[in-house]
Design a protein around this ligand. Sequence first.
Ligand code: 13P
Length: 341
Amino acid sequence: MNSSELMRVAGAMVARGKGILAADESGGTIKKRFDGIKLESTEEHRRTYREMLFTAPGAAESVSGVILYDETIRQKTRDGTPFPQYLTKQGIIPGIKVDLGAKPLAGFSGETITEGLDGLRERLVEYRGLGARFAKWRAVIDIAEGTIPSAFAVAANAHALARYAALCQENDIVPIVEPEVLMDGAHSIERCEQVTEAVLERVFRELFEHRVLLEGMVLKPNMVISGKKAANRAPPQAVAEATLRVLRRHVPPAVPGIAFLSGGQSPTEATLHLSLMNKLGPLPWSLTFSYGRALQDTALKAWGGVAANFAAGQKEYAKRARLNGLATTGRYAPDMESQAA
Ligand code: 13P
């Protein structure tokens, strides 16, 4: 393990003013996104869409890294440059999703465990050879009536996250540790806070026990937020305050940065929340974004799978990247939405 290399890459991933694009949708997820614009999910359509994002003029100023999927890391730009090489040339660090998805957890109806540890060491070696310098593993924790999440499901997922993180560092790859508490359902922000606290407490205990170098990782958590279907959803300032309260309690300052997932928040909501939190600084870690939908939704719609709209899609993506870049230093305001193009 090369600790100084891990620390250097982790620091660059969460550099001031920049964040990460999650473009690592699996085959099933990208099909769902393309269904939304009535576009067939062929390999060439997926390649074109990713090329549109990766080559968007101006975006590199606000994007430190891109998370790729197994298919995407092997694809090339139209003129034949492999995506990882193209990104590296723009000063963007290529990363790779390495988990194999959340599967039903036997014996715990309604809960999941993320799979993909078997053979992971060998896959990491290959991905590093293809240019990846960081990886992502997503654990999924649902909130439901009764006993969900169970302490057992939280512990099993935290254990898998820590085993993944240790394997990444052994292979000089920075792990993004992503324990996502879902915002599906009608739960209150208080319930989300309680569950997120329990999850982060367990995750950091496991990371410690697995001897993971905290300085060489990035945490990717959910924000503490009301469920999507909750009757009285907490306002943005309450989300910012509750999220920071939990993170301050559970994330050691040795962790260089926290890069949030958007998890179903609207693009503008996700940007506002991030900016409000950064306004509440100084903070012990850098606080940035690793958004999928919140960076891509408007770009995907503007493109619509139509070649003539390629530049329009790029413009929308570059706009969201720029506004989220501003949010990492607390300088975003909602009235910028209408001015910025
Ligand atoms: P969303 O921002 O759309 O939640 O995606 C982020 C991600 O990488 C989920 O694993």
